[in-house]
Design a protein around this ligand. Structure first.
Ligand SMILES: Cc1cc2nc3c(=O)[nH]c(=O)nc-3n(C[C@H](O)[C@H](O)[C@H](O)COP(=O)(O)OP(=O)(O)OC[C@H]3O[C@@H](n4cnc5c(N)ncnc54)[C@H](O)[C@@H]3O)c2cc1C
Length: 452
């Protein structure tokens, strides 16, 4: 993909050393260069534009494709920007070169786990005692945004392990269990999965959970099936939610890979998030020690708290996916020529781009505010549900427009946008479908439940 942004080499080549020497006598050049060397990509782009690099004479430099049109991300603190920058660079260096191959192969690149470990992201979000950093939701959000701009599957791997599984253990464990599991999870030395959904229990799993647990001496016996469980084909353990045969209460268990009676089969043939490995789990008289029962779980309420936390992250996924698609589309329209003109010169194409950017900008404002509310401890279920409903729906429209401006190339993986287009379908349906999240919001704003 052609990039219209002048790079650092071009900037350096334009420097006249004679003039630079004269300038050094007038200004503190060392401080200025020091400031420039600390600039992030965005600031460097702005400087390049201000200096007119590559923009003089015959060659006209077109604006860089940047979906953060209102500079929302400039409101982040330095440490938040630093974390976002780490993910931004990682996605381009480590994920971009391999993602299409693994997406095609229906496989998660296991090597990425070690590389992600070095980013040390989870310790920016969670404390070792299972509490969250004061700006955890916002940090998590920008990590997801930067990941999804390039590849949603990578964000989902991270979200299942560092969100759903880690939150289950952080909220459901006693102190001894937190010490046993959380440090290795935060360092990504052990990878977790989250097993809630069942073949017959998707939206209604809270009421219709069929997986059961039965107390048996010093342990528990689990029976049932779980469907769609991300990371479970290679995770070190999976949190399994089951209904107590005796009390009907929902309980959580950490089931380690290789436990007899616990079997995982990879779900094949997905058209979305193909790089995420989703497992179909069968539990057949699977025996788990009581020490692996999450001791602080308060029935369904704990599951609900976990989902509330992670739903905000899924809302950010929609924004990142849409932003990435918009940026690809804009760059394409600046280079692709038809009828002797770049297609970005056509009014109908500009209409698509403007609608996409308006959606992305509004969505980003929404999730930034949602994260602030969450980090202040004021986010309720409906706040998270509203953002999830809205960003998933807008994302669907943005990726469809983005795919459209690529014409036929829009369905080829090599152009990038097709992956965003497909992955959006999963974002739309998990962590509460559009309908279920709509009902959650409807109940909150009317005070009347329309759930059947
Ligand atoms: C890629 C992917 C990854 C996933 N990862 C995980 C994971 O790691 N762990 C996990 O536990 N689960 C996971 N899930 C499961 C996910 O959470 C469920 O798919 C989701 O909750 C919807 O359940 P369902 O697919 O069974 O759809 P259903 O519940 O069968 O819904 C079918 C349709 O009926 C509608 N519907 C249902 N009830 C109502 C109602 N009362 N009123 C109106 N409409 C209704 C739904 O909105 C939907 O349109 C994943 C799913 C996908 C696709």
């Amino acid at each position: 993909m052609e990039n219209n942004t002048p790079d650092l080499n071009e900037l350096m080549a334009r420097i006249d050393l004679g003039k630079l020497g004269a300038l050094a006598g007038k200004v503190d050049l060392a401080s200025i260069l020091n400031a420039a060397s600390n600039m992030n990509d965005k600031q460097l782009k702005q400087l390049s534009r201000a200096l007119g690099v590559g923009g003089s004479g015959r060659q006209r430099v077109l604006p860089a494709a940047d979906g953060d049109y209102y500079d929302y991300l400039d409101t982040l603190t330095d440490s938040q920007v630093e974390v976002a920058g780490r993910v931004h660079d990682f996605m381009r260096a480590e994920v971009m070169p391999i993602m299409n191959e693994y997406w095609s192969r229906d496989e998660f690149p296991r090597d990425l786990i070690g590389k992600m470990r070095e980013l040390n992201l989870l310790r920016s979000i969670w404390n070792e005692d299972g509490t969250r950093k004061p700006d955890a939701t916002l940090i998590e959000g920008v990590v997801i945004l930067e990941a999804c701009r390039v590849d949603v599957s990578t964000a989902v791997f991270f979200g299942v392990h560092g969100g759903l599984a880690t939150a289950s253990i952080a909220l459901g464990s006693d102190e001894e269990q937190k010490k046993r599991w959380l440090p290795d999870m935060l360092d990504m030395k052990k990878i977790g999965a989250f097993g809630l959904t069942e073949p017959e229990g998707g939206s209604q799993v809270s009421e219709g959970m069929r997986t059961t647990c039965r107390r048996d001496g010093d342990g528990w016996v689990l029976n049932g099936e779980k469907k769609w469980i991300g990371n479970s084909t290679f995770s070190d353990f999976t949190v399994i939610w089951a209904r107590d045969e005796e009390t009907n209460e929902v309980r959580g268990f950490v089931v380690e890979a290789g436990t007899p009676g616990y079997d995982v089969e990879k779900i094949q043939g997905k058209i979305a998030l193909r790089m995420v490995e989703n497992g179909h789990i069968t539990l057949k008289d699977c025996r788990v020690a009581d020490a692996n029962r999450l001791q602080a779980v308060q029935g369904w309420e704990t599951v609900s708290q976990v989902l509330k936390l992670t739903r905000a992250g899924v809302a950010w996924q929609g924004v990142g996916c849409a932003m990435g698609a918009y940026e690809l589309a804009l760059a394409y329209t600046q280079t692709r020529k038809q009828f002797g003109k770049r297609i970005g010169e056509f009014q109908l194409i500009q209409s698509h781009l403007t609608h996409m950017l308006a959606d992305v900008t509004a969505m980003l404002g929404m999730v930034m505010r949602l994260s602030h509310i969450a980090d202040e401890g004021r986010m309720d279920d409906a706040h998270a549900a509203l953002a999830k409903v809205h960003t998933a729906a807008r994302c669907r429209e943005v990726v469809a427009r983005a795919r459209e401006v690529f014409g036929g190339n829009g369905i080829l993986l090599e152009h990038g946008v097709a992956k965003h287009f497909c992955d959006t379908e999963a974002i739309y349906s998990y962590e509460g479908t559009n309908e279920i999240n709509t009902l959650v919001v409807g109940r909150a704003i009317t005070g009347l439940s329309a759930f059947v």
